[in-house]
Design a protein. Sequence first.
Length: 177
Amino acid sequence: MEAMIAQRYVKALTSMMDAEALANTKTLFDALADAYKEKAFADIINDPQIGDAAKEELLLAIVAGADSSAVNNLIKLLVEKKRLTVIPAIAESLRLTLAGMNKTYEGKVYSNTEVEASTLAALSSDLGKKMDATITLAFVASDYDGIKVEVEDLGVEVSLSKSRMNAQLVEHILKAI
């Protein structure tokens, strides 16, 4: 639900700003989303005994350095509509929107054996060409028996499992007999 609400706000921001201003706004909302991870900050924002004016003042003080009237107005609107809890969802929606605009995505490679940096670079390049995007892959050690490449923002998952390959090989041999 919050993601759908956040998309509406991001759509409005996208129609008002160019890519550079949107990237700056994303940085601001990333900082606000990080602030929500702090228990003290989240307690202040979620406390019904603290007035909306104080919450607005706190949030505006955090983004004051940006000197952006669009961001200030958005924060005032969020306070007025009592939708401060969607700020992390707005940050995520901005990240996805900018990734789509710039065609730059991040992915992960899961394997139980170390994958070399040159292999990651080759996978990134080949997958990027296939998807017509710039993809950056990072290695994540896991207990996956094989290799799995996942780019969540694009909805792409490619995997090669040793156990599945063995099962298919045995099945093929049995069919041949």
